[in-house]
Ligand binder design. Structure first.
Ligand code: AMP
Ligand code: ZN
Length: 489
């Protein structure tokens, strides 16, 4: 079997995956900022890492998967200024900031579970790790890479650059970075224009605040991921992931913080997912083109022709490699729906295939190709293409033509499809009902058919039982001249 190859943003090339301490793998993925609903773009990133997590588990690694919840420290501006996003939303909805955090964390979990994403091993929150963030900030000050001004602690990027490459992840040099950053104004407390806050002094009106050696305040955005990844995965760990939009600032600053604190690279393989776009524009909260997953499931959005089940949406996402952009369109979703159904029908057919004495094809070829695809930087679209090739074979065997399969190969083929479709791609059979109303109608039709049958046999006890049980859940059956009808009381 070929080794697993991963594209590493740090080195900008594909590399053989050599975990630090096999079979253990430490993986950290930046989680959502829970001041609003996650949109479909966010989901793409989390589904991509779910695929990666699932394949690592399938390959036999023991993965500790840490995905944080950002529930503090996000300001409106990207230069450590502006209103706190959580406090702003709390004011708007007239609730406590932690009610906002709870509401959107629950929503995030619900959505990811609809997409059949596995929960991470640890899901730490920024507010639950304030002391770790303060400790790390203190260490960075002790190493001489941060300074305090008026209760706020800044990371000293220029000083860091004397010995380290600040643009190592984004592949940009210092001059380039400086030229693209606004000059400091008279009001600025920072020494250098690239400096960023590790700890921010709380203004009098700021609700979410904690005591620190520098007075009451709250952590900057980037320090939480450095502190929590170090706590749960160590000073250097295997994989760190997130969307590509995080490279330039968030992950660049994470590397600088950790290197300043521990004098070593924090991450062996940096992995980044590309963006979900709508008509070529990145889906984002600020661009106003952010579909909520719920809108996609129901079809309740002006850009949608109809709704699509979560598994079809998951399949649609996995049909593109995680490092390519994925443009949303109704046509693409409809094509994915057809493809998904073809695959699921093939899996059902597998249970009914009649084995022959010999196989007329080489099953290990298909298997090898599936593993080759996934070992080549988790190439799910190529994997899916090979699974479709197999569907053609399955259909031919079922048609009773010249293609045959032995009993042993049939067992292996079933395992292959189950392992890859359900285990690695994380798909599951989607109910054929589009929504709950349709499901209720179909169930009631089935119940009424049974009632009709028992009445024909003059079994009025069972017929009454059916009526009484339905009444308990407020469903009334009426015999009318046009037949039996039912309604909710
Ligand atoms: P946020 O809640 O904004 O911090 O984002 C959570 C995750 O979603 C981050 O890893 C982002 O990089 C990622 N993300 C944001 N927008 C998109 C998008 N349009 N497509 C894919 N991933 C995205
Ligand atoms: Zn992060």
């Amino acid at each position: 079997m070929e080794p697993l190859i991963i594209y590493n943003t740090l080195t900008r090339q594909k590399e053989k995956f050599n975990p630090i301490n096999p079979p253990f793998v430490g993986m950290y993925v930046c989680g959502p900022t829970v001041y609003s609903d996650v949109h479909l773009g966010n989901c793409r990133t989390f589904i991509s890492f779910d695929l990666i997590y699932r394949y690592l588990l399938h390959a036999g690694y023991k993965v500790r998967y840490v995905r944080n919840i950002t529930d503090a420290g996000h300001l409106e501006g990207d230069r450590d200024e502006g209103e706190d996003k959580f406090a702003k939303k709390a004011k708007l909805e007239q609730v406590e900031p932690m009610e906002i955090v709870q509401k959107y964390t629950v929503g995030f979990h619900e959505v990811l579970s609809l997409f059949n994403a596995l929960p991470p091993s640890i899901e730490p929150t920024a507010t639950g790790h304030i002391s770790e963030q303060i400790e790390m900030t203190k260490k960075i000050i002790d190493q001489g890479y941060a300074y305090e001004t008026n209760g706020t602690v800044y990371f000293d990027v220029e000083k860091y650059c004397k010995k380290n490459n600040y643009g190592v992840l984004s592949n940009r040099n210092l001059d380039d970075l400086l030229n693209n950053t606004r000059e400091l104004g008279g009001q600025d407390e920072k020494r250098g224009r690239l400096d960023f806050a590790l700890w921010i002094k709380a203004k009098p009106e700021h609700i979410m605040r904690w005591p620190s050696p520098w007075g009451w305040g709250f952590p900057g955005w980037h320090i939480e991921c450095s502190a929590m990844s170090m706590k749960y995965l160590g000073e250097t760990f295997d994989i760190h992931g997130g969307g590509m939009d995080l490279i330039a600032t968030h992950h660049t600053n994470e590397v600088a913080q950790s290197v300043a604190c521990n004098h070593k690279e924090p991450v062996k393989y940096w992995m980044h997912t590309n963006m979900l776009t709508v008509n070529g524009v990145r889906m984002s909260k600020s661009a106003g083109n952010g579909f909520l997953p719920g809108e996609l499931f129901t079809g309740d959005h002006p850009l949608l022709e109809r709704g699509y089940p979560p598994m079809v949406v998951r399949f649609f996402m996995l049909q593109t490699h995680y490092r390519s952009t994925l443009d949303f369109s109704n046509e693409a979703l409809q094509a994915s729906e057809k493809g998904f159904e073809r695959l699921m029908n093939a899996v059902k057919l597998l249970d009914n295939l009649k084995p022959s004495e010999h196989s007329s094809f080489n099953l290990s070829d298909i298997k090898t190709k599936c593993y080759q695809a996934m070992n080549d930087d988790f190439n799910s679209p190529v994997l899916i293409a090979h699974l479709f090739d197999g569907v053609r074979l399955i259909n031919s065997i079922n048609d009773g033509g010249t293609v045959t399969i032995s009993s042993a190969d049939l067992g292996e083929l079933k395992k292959l499809y189950h392992d890859f479709l359900f285990g690695v791609l994380g798909l599951k059979q989607e109910s054929s009902f589009q929504n709950n109303d349709e499901l209720a109608t179909n169930l009631m039709n089935a119940v009424l058919a049974i009632r009709k049958e028992v009445r024909a046999k003059k079994d009025f006890t069972t017929s009454d039982l059916i009526r009484d049980e339905l009444k308990k859940i407020n469903i009334i059956i009426k015999d009318t001249k046009d037949g039996v009808v039912w309604e909710k009381e």
